[in-house]
Design a protein around this ligand. Structure first.
Ligand code: UTP
Length: 224
């Protein structure tokens, strides 16, 4: 199978070297049977730098470009952990990502263009490579009916359609470093190409496999 992972920067960047190695080992193991693309987010570093740049009066596009640099830094860490199991170059375009793919080698990629997040990059890459599945490994264990940090009545949604995800995402704020379960652009891409998608808790390494092969407890995005 061709699998595209969106690995939230909040997960990878918060990892110590040992956990990063475990993450890399899980991806390497999956790459023995599947073609793996991993798109890495910017996490805390992106948010800190974006906040400071914004406070200094930088325009939003400038903040986005800072965010992209943070995603590339985190990508470099994952490449370091994967060693020879990763393509050593971090591609800056979808076409380049495809050129770097080969059996047993994970292609690691960060941000591409301002005005989006790495979830959108992963969704576009999934479209580009005709992926069998997109796995969004994030800091929450799926999509909730409301923000679980603010609303104690929020419930996790086990399964929803592409259109439902897209409608929900459309209500989120679009700003550099914005905190939302999924980027509206990513949701739209997933909807237009009906990409089978799982949204899972990324801090649980087992979910990398379960998100692809089934058995996870996150949210499954299905055709309506
Ligand atoms: P992330 O993809 O990390 O966003 O990109 P996020 O929603 O904070 O995700 P987590 O928390 O890591 O899971 C960080 C920022 O980098 C810019 C955006 O400003 C985004 O908010 N960015 C990233 C882009 O402008 N374009 C890209 O292609 C990727």
């Amino acid at each position: 199978m061709i699998l595209v992972y969106s690995l939230g920067g909040s997960i990878l960047a918060g990892c110590d070297a040992k956990s990063l190695q475990e993450y890399a080992d899980a991806l390497r193991h999956l790459s023995e049977e599947h073609q793996i693309y991993a798109v890495v987010g910017g996490g805390r570093i992106a948010r800190e730098y974006i906040e400071k740049a914004r406070a200094l009066g930088a325009p939003e596009i400038f903040c986005d470009l800072i965010g992209i640099e943070a995603t590339k830094l985190n990508s470099a860490l994952l490449v370091a952990a994967l060693g020879s199991a990763a393509s050593q170059e971090v591609p800056s375009s979808y076409a380049q990502a495809v050129c770097l793919a080969c059996p047993g080698r994970v292609v690691v990629m960060g941000g591409v263009a301002p005005g989006q997040t790495t979830d959108a990059v992963a969704a576009l890459l999934a479209e580009y490579v005709r992926a069998d599945r997109l796995i969004i490994a994030t800091s929450v264990d799926g999509v909730y009916t409301a923000d679980p940090e603010r609303d104690p009545k929020a419930q996790r949604i086990g399964s929803m359609t592409h259109r439902e995800l897209s409608r929900m995402a459309a209500q989120t704020e679009m700003k550099a470093g914005s905190r939302s379960p999924i980027d509206p652009l990513a949701a739209k891409i997933i909807e237009r190409s009906a990409i089978p998608t799982s949204i899972v808790l990324g801090s649980n390494i087992e979910n990398l496999k379960k998100g692809a092969l089934g058995g996870h407890t996150g949210t499954e995005i299905r055709q309506g």
